[in-house]
Design a protein around this ligand. Sequence first.
Ligand code: PLP
Length: 381
Amino acid sequence: MDARTSVYCDYNATAPLRDSARQAMLGAMAVDGNPSSIHANGRSARRTIEDARKTILMGLGAEDYRLVFTSGATEALSMVLRPTTRRVRDTSDMAPPYGRNSRLFVATTEHVAALDGHGFESPTKLAVDQSGVVDLAALYEHLGAMAEDDALVCVHGANNETGVVQPIADIARRCREAGALFVSDLVQWIGREPIPDPLPDVMIISAHKLGGPAGVGALVYNPATVEFGPALIRGGGQEMGARAGTENRVGIAGFAAAVTEALGEQEAEANRVRGIRDSFELALKEAFPSAIVFGDGAHRLPNTSCFALEGTQASTTLMRLDLEGIALSSGSACSSGKVKASHVLAAMGADDLLANCALRLSLGYGTTESDIRRVIEALRR
Ligand code: PLP
């Protein structure tokens, strides 16, 4: 973390590296070897990767699933949200690939990496209500009216900007009944909400959102229901042919350690951080009675507060906070640099004027009550 930043409240952009992840990476760095080599060093490198794969699958309660390591969630989403993705009906009878005209359903508040459309001619955007929850009735009506195998549904578990949680267990059940494939971006969910039951057909995760290193992520899928390809990155056939290139074994080791720690402390941390977030919002409303909290009233991640102080430009506030050593965010860090109102807040009915005032506070394992007091004092100033 930047030495100047003494209060870091931007975990949804990148969580600080956990010590367990750092130690795991140092351990992996101690061995030189290509995981594809057959000598002892290569076998040791391979073991690091296969142990990490097993650890993450077990942590997710997805022992029957497969996991492909990627460079992050963006790549994993690009791999699966394609017209060539297939639903497996049974092991011998494969549904035809989704054609360009097949239906991709994406929530309007998805991360831009999912919203892109990925070669589908006209993805159907699923509206959300004012609190940011996806319109289930519309989705289920679409699914009911569609031919089997025709739909690929992509709804994230929780939103990175507002923390609003989607009813993904319901969606997973309905998709299963309708014969549709369900892809869920769980980047912000893992370590903050309990593992979903039932699991989506495809889950997308990213190491740097839970205290692992940036540049590593995973596509986790149920081989009994989904097949995708051809590989986007072709070459040596690593990752069972799904993603070529020598694996980032050091990052992968850190990823598995971070997942293990984040899942192990999930419940206790969710309660602790929820308490701090809630006292922040109380103090915020006391200091600024007209403050607006987006997604207030909906089920939200325990660590996230997206709020606006009307008439106060987020960019100005962020700079002032930064000068005081406090790191918050406006909208999504992945799209920062673009002066554009948040598509998430727009989908929830906020106009540009209000959306441009929105700030995001996102907390995590290093956050304390005193951090929050400092944020409120700085906002008052
Ligand atoms: N999905 C969500 C919900 C995110 O918050 C992010 C990053 O902000 C991504 C996907 C992209 O993740 P990555 O940085 O691993 O590509």
